[in-house]
Each structure stands twice: as structure tokens, then as C-alpha cells.
Design a protein around this ligand. Sequence first.
Ligand SMILES: C[S@@+](CC[C@H](N)C(=O)[O-])C[C@H]1O[C@@H](n2cnc3c(N)ncnc32)[C@H](O)[C@@H]1O
Length: 258
Amino acid sequence: MARRFGIDWDSYLEGFHTERPGAMEQVLSRAVNGHHTPYRWLARAVSARATTVLDLACGAGAMTRELERPGRLVVGVDISAAELELAQRRNAGPWIRGDALRLPFADQSLDAVVSSMGMVVIHPTSALLEEVARVLRPGGMLAFIAPTVRPVSPGDIRVGANVVTRLRSLPRFPGPLELTDFAATLRSHGMRKYEDGRERYRITIHSRADAELMISALYLPATSQARLNAAIAYLEREVRDHGKVDLAVPMRRILALK
Ligand SMILES: C[S@@+](CC[C@H](N)C(=O)[O-])C[C@H]1O[C@@H](n2cnc3c(N)ncnc32)[C@H](O)[C@@H]1O
């Protein structure tokens, strides 16, 4: 069982994704940088020659759909039945319910393993990377995005600090938020990092409903409803005073080859 910050993450994640399937997708689909979302940024990194692709921890399938190309098989795997049910309503899949730490694929059978947010959610990271390395063919690619702490502007820091003050917590993840020394971790699993990029995405909040959606998509396992309400009320006040409020979503994209 994954415990970090004294939290039973397996139970928390199961409850979160059963109650709020698609919440992460609703938020990340609205995060933009120019004309693209984090999902598109990640999909663009995947080689056109990759014809067997796994979307690891696919959730409701936004990344899976972004990866689809003629002649490519994209399989979505997730542990949450509720997330997969939503994914299935949108397209045929294939979707597989399974644990990322015991992937239902043969050794060296995939051209690419892709994950939006999976690397900070699935723990322990070393067991996950061992499994990824097992299913990737030699020369296969691991590509993932994860939340990070920069780049942000001074305005982002002000809004972010005001939200965190109301919540009295940063959003938490079972895995490490800032992946440090990750090149060495990859090397120990037979993979070589070849790109490590950062981009700032922005979610614009125009209404109380937007604020509620944003706050409801964060993992805040130890935060009371009163604190969530205080953060929503703060964002609503910003919208009333300024017409809108931008929340920064800095993301990191890491690409590696086996
Ligand atoms: C933050 S959500 C990301 C969903 C999707 N990739 C996206 O970006 O929209 C994390 C996902 O990881 C899934 N997950 C958590 N632990 C897992 C595990 N051990 N194996 C497979 N999926 C897992 C959750 O059910 C959830 O759908």
C-alpha cells in the first residue's frame, strides 16, 4: 500500500476517481499555452513510427484520443473502473482495467509508453519504471508530463500563494512532485533521458463554477470542505474584481529511450 504524508493513497485515489471521473481531463483540457494543451504537447513528442502505444494511467482517455493516428494502436490502461467507463462512452478503446505496476503486456511488446500525470501518481516510481522498461522494445520511448514548480510569473506566484493560503496545503501526490535526479533513476532501469522541457500553461477562471471545477480536480487528501470553500470564494472574488483570473499550470515533459 502506498503511504506518503501518512495518507492511504490507494483508498484516496480510488475514492477520488470514482466520485470525480474525468475531473483531471476537464481541467487539463482547458490549460493552454498558445493554441495547445499539455496533452497535445505530449502527443507531439511521440514518434510517428510508434505503432503500438500505451497510455498509462489513461483516466477518461483525453491523452489516448490525442495519440490516435491512422495505423497506430493506442491502448489505455487505468486502475479506475469509473474513469474507464467514461473513456469507453467516448470511443471504443481498447481500454484495459489494470495496475500500472503489473502491466498486462508481454516483454518488449510496445513502441512507446506515454503518460499524462501517471509518474507522480503511481508509486513507487522505481517499480513503475521497471515495469515500463520491461514492456518497451529496445529503442522504445517513454514520454510523460508531470506538474512542476516553474516556469511561473510574479502574478502567478501571488494568485497561487493566495489559493494555497486558503487551502493551507499544496496539492499532493503519492509520488515526488519535483522529479529530481530522474536521469539517474532512468539509467538504473536501462533508459536514457534525451529531453527534459518545461512549459507554462494557463487556466482562465471566469466564474464560480470554473473555480469549483479547478479546486475539485486537485488531490487534497487532508483539506477540509471549509478550506476548499475559502479557496473557491477567493477565486470568485478575483473574478468579480478583475473579470477573470488566470491560474498557472507549469508542466514538465520528459522523454527517454530504452
Ligand atoms: C491525475 S489522473 C490522470 C488521468 C489522465 N492521464 C489525464 O491526464 O487526464 C491519474 C490516473 O492514474 C490512475 N491510477 C492511479 N494508480 C494507478 C495504478 N496503480 N495503475 C493504473 N492507473 C492508476 C487513476 O485512476 C487516474 O485515472
